[in-house]
Design a protein around this ligand. Structure first.
Ligand code: PLP
Length: 475
């Protein structure tokens, strides 16, 4: 059975010693001096097998993107079939039929009247495209004259004052320079301050750590109020608000108060500012709806997607815009209104074939409709953790879960980051047969969406054991 079975016992299998490494491969977000690599030989369903034969449950869906499990026969067949037709062509001036069909399908599955799809290869690039799209949109809206000559290379030829973005505190939108500019995570972003632009910085709408005096029921009003005052103050210079919807993943699975996204949509409309929603992590069923925006009936002006778009099989991302955005770019060639942006591999046919197969599977298996029940089941399996003195919060939406470990539960005081608690828990979980990666002391659980109840139970049980053992060791 292609989903594979969890190991019957929780034997202590040790992680394979890495082969003699000369670090030819430089891994991202990784201290290479003490890096113990785990080399995967093959995978099937929700399970990875290392070159030394250890089976690991893929607890973070290969960095939040695997949807239908690894080596799903339908996914593999679709890619093979496309391989026999064409692997790659440019989308500058032409495209493959599969890419055309995919654009139409994406317009169907995304919220409201989102329709015009711009393809790229990773989530960061989808965000970069959205930023440039929003700025050029306002430039075109505010242009009164046709550019008569080539723009000067030294002065700005932008005809709008709306050239800035509002991003939330602790935002994460990727690692390219524009995305880093929006980012608000200290260790990821501060170092690069000299080469980035400065956004208008919004609050961190964190439901777990509410400011003194703010009650749960008032949290949405409180944060919407903060965003409203920033929008009122800066709307003439703001091209767009950029935000992750409902859950800020890389910030530590920070969950927003319900209703906030819908409030931000209203505020953007009132203040004539575009809304860019980054669904790179939340899109494609992860939160229990096809897109997180669907929970609040929100249609952003521009939506960014990546990760799960190809079921997690091949690199692809997309930025989809509503007609009023797209139409601002239409005109005669001499008006030079075309979107000045494009990627070599955008819309790649193999990736498009994977994305089409993934959407077919969503439809055939009604996968999104199963996520709420799976989420409740996983939460139920994690319930014993609620009494643990160092588990501060178990949060998230759908199969996007964060377990925050704290030094003091009452005061919500974090552990000293040098204690590397999150990392130790994940290393122990790996020894026990589950591959997960922490965000600081937040243990992230993002299994493939097809994970069975047995597999979710195994994930929860193993992670609970790892947390208990590591915290017992430190006393
Ligand atoms: N946006 C969000 C919300 C993300 O979570 C990520 C990656 O985790 C990105 C953008 C960047 O995507 P990529 O790593 O594919 O560039």
């Amino acid at each position: 059975q292609f989903l594979g079975n969890p190991p019957l016992t929780l034997e202590k299998t040790s992680v394979a010693a890495p082969p003699e490494s000369q670090n030819f491969h430089w891994h991202g977000f990784t201290q290479m001096a003490d890096f113990q690599n785990i080399v995967i030989d093959h995978a099937e369903g929700c399970w990875l097998t290392t070159t030394s034969g250890q089976r690991l449950f893929d607890g973070v869906a290969s960095l939040w993107c695997n949807v239908h499990g690894h080596r799903h026969p339908k996914m593999d067949d679709a890619i093979r079939t496309q391989l026999d037709r064409v692997s790659h062509i440019t989308t500058l001036g032409m495209s493959a039929d599969i890419t055309e069909r995919l654009a139409e399908r994406l317009a169907e599955v995304t919220p409201g009247d989102l329709k015009h799809v711009f393809f790229s290869s990773d989530g960061s690039s989808a965000v970069e495209a959205a930023l440039k799209m929003a700025l050029q949109y306002w430039h075109l809206k505010h242009s009164t004259t046709t550019p008569a000559s080539e723009p000067s290379s030294t002065t700005s030829s932008t005809s709008t004052s709306k050239t800035r973005y509002l991003a939330l505190s602790s935002a994460y939108h990727g690692d390219t320079t524009g995305a880093v500019s929006l980012g608000g995570i200290k260790y990821f972003h501060q170092l690069f301050a000299p080469i980035v632009f400065t956004p208008v910085r919004g609050p961190l709408p964190c439901s777990y750590r509410l400011p003194d005096g703010v009650r749960c029921d008032d949290a949405c009003d409180f944060y919407a109020g903060k965003i409203e005052s920033l929008l009122k103050q800066h709307h003439t210079e703001l091209a767009a608000v950029v935000m992750e919807p409902l859950v800020q993943g890389a910030a530590g699975m920070i969950t927003h108060p319900p209703g906030l996204l819908a409030r931000v949509r209203e505020l953007c409309d009132q203040c004539d500012v575009l809304l860019i929603v980054d669904e790179v992590a939340t899109g494609f069923g992860r939160t229990g709806r096809m897109f997180a925006c669907d929970h609040e009936g929100v249609t952003p002006d521009i939506l960014c997607m990546g990760k799960g778009i190809t079921g997690g099989y091949l690199p692809m991302a997309a930025t989809i815009a509503r007609p009023h955005v797209f139409e601002a770019f239409l005109g005669k060639s001499s008006e030079r209104k075309q979107f000045y942006h494009g990627h070599t591999f955008g819309g790649n046919p193999l990736a498009a074939a994977a994305a089409m197969a993934s959407l077919d599977l969503f439809r055939e298996t009604n996968l999104t409709a199963t996520i709420d029940a799976k989420s409740r089941f996983l939460r139920g399996c994690l319930a014993p953790l609620a009494d643990h003195p160092h588990v501060g919060d178990v949060r998230g939406r759908g199969l996007m879960v964060g377990i925050e470990l704290v030094a003091d539960r009452e005061s919500k005081t974090p552990f000293d980051s040098d204690q590397l608690i999150g990392r130790k828990v994940c290393e122990r979980a790996t020894e026990l047969g589950v591959w997960i990666r922490p965000l600081g002391d937040v243990i992230v659980l993002m299994p493939p969406l097809v994970a069975s109840d047995d597999e979710l139970r195994f994930l929860a049980k193993t992670v609970t054991q790892a947390i208990e053992e590591v915290l017992a060791e430190i006393g």
